[in-house]
Design a protein around this ligand. Structure first.
Ligand code: FAD
Ligand code: EPU
Length: 356
């Protein structure tokens, strides 16, 4: 096999913020066999030095970072380990009935292309997740979600490579421990598991989810009363294009923060102090607060600080006007967090993975 180890690779075109960052080592892999080979490489072994002498046969391992399309990442310094670019492709039909279809999709496939393929086949379940950037393999990591749907709704299982056991394992949906913008992959799996494929079950008799405010309004505006899954996909794409900046034109990584989920008691005190606050009740009895609203109230919407800023249409999205560094964007995010805490006593949690 012909794995190429590159050194000191510039990652600025491989992260949607478009910030400068270097990878000490960089390897592309496009199959499970190549992934096994990657971890046999001595590039990971760093000889241990004691009193400035290299100790024979003793080594520590360099860290790795599995990179998809870099749409949920902020590099704040050079990555001194090995960046592994996941390019495992392929879509396989595992089972079909009159009701549903089960698929296995390579982790390196582009998410939106996969969604468009499903919409074209009239397989329902992912149409509300149209136009989310990134790879299929990264979708389970933060349980991507939009317009009333989360990817956990259609996931059956996730295949991983465990670098410690040097084994491929299958995690059931339950084992993935999905919740809002979270999963086991952000915890136990971090730095240890690489997702190689994802299994989905989609419906041939789709139940359309149009309840998310903006979708209903947009369909009504277009005079569509009996939408197809293609109508939903087109509508979601239209709404997203009107609000979210295209990373090809303006560097960003989508929502920089998660929407905070608070107790009913805390929400009620917030509501008293800020009657206009936007929040949604959760099945758990808690409330999800619209962080974008809080950030906007703090005066940051459209704010610019040097080469970075807060998007003028969506206050949850931080943007790079061209030459911002990862540290400048991080500093802006800290400024926002401090002000939101002073105003609302809410600690915003970062959604974007800060790589330091
Ligand atoms: P990367 O950014 O490359 O990686 C993200 C993290 O996952 C990193 O920690 C990385 O190490 C890890 N990772 C990636 N692939 C693997 C793998 N195969 N195995 C193990 N670890 C891996 N997200 C939403 O949920 N909803 C939205 O509506 C949404 N809208 C967005 C809009 C814009 C304009 C942008 C730029 C981003 C948006 N996002 C949204 C965030 C982003 O699209 C998702 O988080 C996406 O899943 C990231 O995919 P990626 O391949 O780019 O991952
Ligand atoms: N709002 C403001 N000010 C703003 C933007 C929005 O007050 O600047 C208000 C809106 O009027 C609305 C509420 O906040 O009442 C929610 O706004 P929106 O529907 O745009 O959604 P969001 O909560 O800001 C979340 C996700 C997005 C996802 C959309 C659509 C998170 C952190 N973000 O944003 O996901 O696309 O819902 O479902 O949950 C991402 O994760 O990267 C991402 C873009």
């Amino acid at each position: 096999m012909s794995l190429v180890i590159q050194e000191n690779v510039n990652l600025s075109s491989m992260n949607t913020f478009g910030v400068e960052a270097q990878a000490r080592y960089f390897i592309r892999f496009s199959s499970k066999e190549e992934l096994i080979e990657v971890f046999q490489k001595s590039v990971f072994d760093v000889p241990v030095k004691k009193e400035n002498k290299v100790t024979r046969n003793a080594s520590t391992k360099l860290p790795f970072l599995c990179l998809g399309e870099g749409s949920n990442i902020l590099f704040v310094q050079p990555f001194s380990g090995v960046v592994l670019k996941n390019e495992i492709r392929g879509l396989e039909i595992l089972k079909q009935t009159a009701e549903s279809v089960s698929l296995k999709v390579g982790a390196g496939e582009n998410w939106h292309k996969f969604v468009l393929h499903c919409v074209q086949q009239n397989w329902g379940g992912v149409e509300n997740l149209s136009l989310i950037p990134g790879t299929v393999g990264a979708a389970p990591i933060q349980n991507i979600g939009a317009y009333g749907v989360e990817v956990q709704d259609v996931i059956e299982a996730v295949e991983i490579y465990d670098i410690e056991q040097k084994k491929f394992l299958i995690l059931s949906k339950e084992e993935c421990q999905f919740s809002y913008r979270d999963s086991i992959f952000k915890r136990e799996g971090r730095g240890r598991w690489i997702i190689t494929s994802v299994n989905f079950t989609l419906s041939k008799k789709p139940i359309l989810r149009t309840h998310y405010g903006a979708i209903e309004i947009e369909l009504k505006n277009q005079g569509i009363s009996h939408p197809t899954i293609k109508d939903i996909s087109d509508t979601v794409i239209k709404i997203r294009r009107s609000k979210l900046p295209d990373p090809k034109e303006l560097g960003n990584a989508g929502s920089f923060f998660k929407n905070p989920v608070v107790t009913a008691d805390f929400y009620s005190s917030l509501k008293q102090a800020h009657p206009q606050i936007i929040a949604y009740p959760e099945a758990s009895g808690q409330y999800k607060i619209a962080a974008a609203w809080c950030i906007e109230q703090c005066g940051f919407k459209g704010w610019r600080q040097g080469a970075c800023g807060v998007h003028s249409q969506q206050a949850l999205v931080l943007v790079n006007y061209g030459t911002a560094t990862g540290n400048e964007i991080l500093a802006l995010s800290e400024r926002i967090r401090t002000k939101v805490f002073e105003t609302f006593q809410i600690q915003l949690e970062t959604e974007v993975q800060v790589i330091s």
